[in-house]
Design a protein around this ligand. Sequence first.
Ligand SMILES: Cc1cc2nc3c(=O)[nH]c(=O)nc-3n(C[C@H](O)[C@H](O)[C@H](O)COP(=O)(O)O)c2cc1C
Ligand SMILES: O=C(O)C(=O)c1ccccc1
Length: 383
Amino acid sequence: MANYGDHQLSIYVQGMFQNTRPEITTDLSRLESQAAANLSAEAMGYIVPSAGSGSTARANLAAFDRWRLVPRMLRGSTERDLSCTILGTKMPAPVVIAPIGVQTLAHPDGELATARAASALGLTYTHSTQASHSFEQIEADSKWYQLYWPTDKDVCLSFLQRAKSNGYSVLLLTLDTGTIGWRPADLDRGFLPFLKGEGLANYFSDPAFQAKLAKPIAEDPTAAVMHWAQMFPNVGLGWDELSFLRDNWDGPIVLKGITSVDDAKLAAEHGVDGIVVSNHGGRQVDGAIAALDALPAIADSVGEQVTVLFDSGVRTGSDAAKALALGAKAILLGRPYLYGLALAGQAGVEHVLRCLLAELDLTLALSGYANHRELNRDSVRAA
Ligand SMILES: Cc1cc2nc3c(=O)[nH]c(=O)nc-3n(C[C@H](O)[C@H](O)[C@H](O)COP(=O)(O)O)c2cc1C
Ligand SMILES: O=C(O)C(=O)c1ccccc1
């Protein structure tokens, strides 16, 4: 059986015998600066900076640095098995593509390229409600759907219906973006892609959305965009409303954006199947707790009752190992794959995924583990 870490030798062999080197860096923590060269100032401003002063985004990364892996010796395994089943979805490794909206900002192929790259590696792609391509356009072997709950019930129901009939197996409801956080980089430019109609493909292709407009979208696109702007903010959503999802979605339901132990317990009490410990990459509440700092206590508080997933700040395979050791069953990868997309479309996303999985696998191999499930609190120490 091949290990993900074998990718390392193939890179060396190509370099030494075929004189070809990776066009994109293998240091995934450096992708951001490499991608910057390929992106407009507006796209960079939307993708890279986070909310407010960026303190939560910085805290997300700093939190990973405060945990150190403690490798064990003389107990390694020549074959590692990273496969797992998460919420009924079989995956070859505990890595899911995080939902990211409006991916055409990074590359014209947008989500189509990301979904194909995920499928090329057998990984699960998550489709954002704010995607630049519609549910129906996505070709992926394994796909989840991320819902932003529109205040228009008909549109909400229609989204759930379309997700179901197009083979999306798990529903992630994002809770931390009832409205857009305070984002100075975009505000200073007066730039929001959605107001140009970008990232609204699911809405514009939706019969329930179209039915609410006085004129066809082609005749009055600005009215259509402003109609979206009215139904998107939903800061009034409450726990009681989750039963609506249970009634209208028959697969697993995951709440994305949990960072408080009390909310994790409420999620368990409300019978949800999973949670994503996440602060949206620091894009929402500036000054909020680093996602990794919230993870251990949340994992302890819900035990096996709820499947705990994690995102916000994972940049490398080593980071992924730390999050898995601290209680996550799988991680969602965010910005790094988007940088790969910006640099080389589908091939760029595949590069990032292969490097991340190779580094995760080598981290396990060199730390004495046969699979990621063996990682536990003794695998790490607070620095
Ligand atoms: C440009 C961008 C757009 C995003 N769009 C969405 C979205 O549409 N829905 C969602 O639930 N999360 C969205 N996220 C958040 C990601 O799913 C994930 O939580 C975040 O990227 C994790 O932080 P990290 O990328 O710093 O690791 C977005 C993130 C970025 C960077
Ligand atoms: O940019 C985001 O992080 C995001 O998730 C989003 C989604 C819809 C509208 C604005 C922002």
